[in-house]
Structures are given as structure tokens and as C-alpha cells.
Write a protein that binds this ligand. Sequence first.
Ligand code: ZN
Length: 165
Amino acid sequence: MATRNIRIEGEPILRKKSKEVKEINDKIITLLNDMRETMHEADGVGLAAVQVGSLKRIFIAEIGDEEDEDRVIEFINPKIISVNGSQVNIEGCLSLPGKTGYVERPIEIKIKALDRNGVEHIYEYEDYYATVICHEYDHLDGILYNDKLVDPPENEDIDDIVIEE
Ligand code: ZN
């Protein structure tokens, strides 16, 4: 495994649409392994392939069950099946170091994706994890969280969550 350079806002690749993975070959497995190492080294909770310079529809996120030794889930060719509700939270991004902003996201999300063995899974997430998934999914379409900034909510207590950082 090796770490790869994280692309920073301003680099044109971050605005490109990633392409479907046609075949999960050795190159894809190496990419997944390198993404894991890069994410861990950067102390992130999520990372999209485009953030390390690969325009593949792949992201990873550290959102497995707490009792799992390996909490990183790999999403290959993910498709959001359904979303529900809305929440506003603070997000950050490894590609926008030192910045954060408020973003509105669904509270619940259902997503399907392949794992590295080519097996399709359907995952359901809510709250914080729904935000993480939506943030990463947007990267595959060249969207960064700061495209979606909203005003801070006035009323409730917000858990300060910072994605990726
Ligand atoms: Zn990000």
C-alpha cells in the first residue's frame, strides 16, 4: 500500500465527473488499498477516488459497525436509491483544508454499491453517516460541499460534525 497525494480545490480534476468501474481488476484493488492508507494518514472519515486523482466511481468511508475491526466500507459504482428528510450540519473536506461550512443533506439514505469482490450491497444510513455518504457521492459528480452552503440554522443545537477532517 502507498499513500497518494490528495488533490486540493482549484485542481480541475475535482470538478470532473467520475466514470463507472467496468472491471474490478488489480489496478482497482491497489487504488482501494491506497485510498484506505491515504484516508487513515489524513485522519479522514471518507475519501473519493477523484480526490487522489482517479476518475473512478469509487469512494470509501469509515462507517462500519462499531464492533467491526475494519470499519472502512468500499463503495464501487454507488447509486443512491432513496433519500428522506433533511438536516443541516457542518462539513469539511480533505480537498478544502482548513475550511468548514453548513450544508443541508437528507437524514436517511439508501444506497447500493459493489464491494471489491463485485458483490452488490444495499446500505441504509442515517444522521451523520447519511451526511458522509452524500458528501462522498457528490465528489463523483464533481460537486464540492461548498457548492451547497446554507445559512447556519438559528434554532437547534448542532452537533459540530466535520466530515473527512
Ligand atoms: Zn470531500
